[in-house]
Design a protein around this ligand. Structure first.
Ligand code: SAM
Length: 284
């Protein structure tokens, strides 16, 4: 049996999420050595290959051709060719194309080898300042409001930190839903990580909503939401109830904000706003 008749290897190669210097030495070597690179967007990956002077042939492998492309790629692996799978940025198959090819390859007994490197989940989580010992990766929130809200309802009692990918044009809407359903937890909003305009906002959700209200947010965004705890378990509905009770006991709004802010770790400004809203409503 000559070398070529051995099954090839499928390499899952992570590439930078912004800063090209995050490309690993091993990723460069593997991309040079394989027979073929399967890329989410060949034109996008060609720029990376040119930068690192990698001359390997490219073929496309994305969400829309996964079904038809996976089998022929596995056949090439079976004939002894080695293939590297890359996505536009970060680790393939993590909210990116790759799953089907990996399933087909493992079923066919192909050796599937990760070449680890950048991934927005771990990059953002590691610098978020929120608990990292355990976390849940929630992928993207659904674009449709109702579905997004039910997904958030499912996450309400999750005690681990929650990592969410978000599109910039849906960010404000999603943050509003997160705030209303999960309560005023701590959050880390990370934007354009490893790029020139890298930015981290680490605060209560209500504060972050305030900070971006007047801004046009662009670029890549990842959110880390604090998990549920006894401290933040209160929902806005329950909070409104408690505000109502204290108001009917005659407590002043400023005092209510102090007491409940302290008790639940909510921002006092936010409780003040809710209490004010509530007392306006009861006037009518
Ligand atoms: N597979 C990729 C990975 O390993 O990070 C993720 C691909 S997913 C289609 C793209 C999402 O990842 C973006 O919408 C954003 O939520 C997040 N993301 C990617 N690059 C990022 C960056 N530089 N800063 C913050 N978030 C990023």
């Amino acid at each position: 049996m000559n070398y070529r008749s051995l099954p090839g290897i499928l390499y899952i190669v992570a590439t930078p999420i912004g800063n090209l210097e995050d490309m690993t030495l091993r990723a460069i070597q593997v991309l040079k050595d394989v027979d073929l690179i399967a890329a989410e967007d060949t034109r996008h990956t060609q720029v990376l290959l040119d930068h690192f002077e990698i001359g390997t042939a490219l073929t496309s492998y994305h969400d829309h051709n996964e079904r038809t492309k996976a089998r022929p790629l596995v056949a090439r692996l079976q004939s002894g060719e080695s293939i590297a799978l890359v996505s536009d940025a970060g680790t393939p198959a993590i909210a990116d194309p790759g799953y089907r090819l990996i399933v087909e390859a493992t079923r066919a007994g192909i050796h599937v080898v990760p070449v680890p490197g950048p991934c927005a989940v771990t990059a953002v989580l590691s610098a978020s300042g929120l608990p990292t010992d355990e976390f849940l990766f929630g992928g993207f929130l659904p674009a449709k409001k109702q579905e997004r809200r039910s997904k958030l309802q499912e996450l309400r009692n999750e005690r681990r930190s929650i990592v969410i990918y978000e599109a910039p044009h849906r960010l404000k809407e999603s943050l509003d839903d997160i705030y209303h359903i999960l309560g005023d937890r701590r959050i880390a909003l990370a934007r354009e990580v490893t790029k020139i305009h890298e930015e981290f906002l680490r605060d209560r959700i209500s504060e972050v909503i305030g900070q971006i209200a007047e801004r046009d947010i662009r670029g890549e965004v990842t959110l880390i939401i604090e998990g549920s705890s006894d401290e933040n378990a209160i929902s806005e509905i329950a909070l409104r109830d408690e505000i109502g009770k204290l108001q009917s006991d005659g407590m002043r709004i400023k005092e209510i904000a102090e007491v409940l802010g302290e008790k639940y770790g909510y921002s006092k400004r936010e409780i003040y706003r809710l209490a004010l809203q509530q007392s306006e409503q009861t006037k009518f």
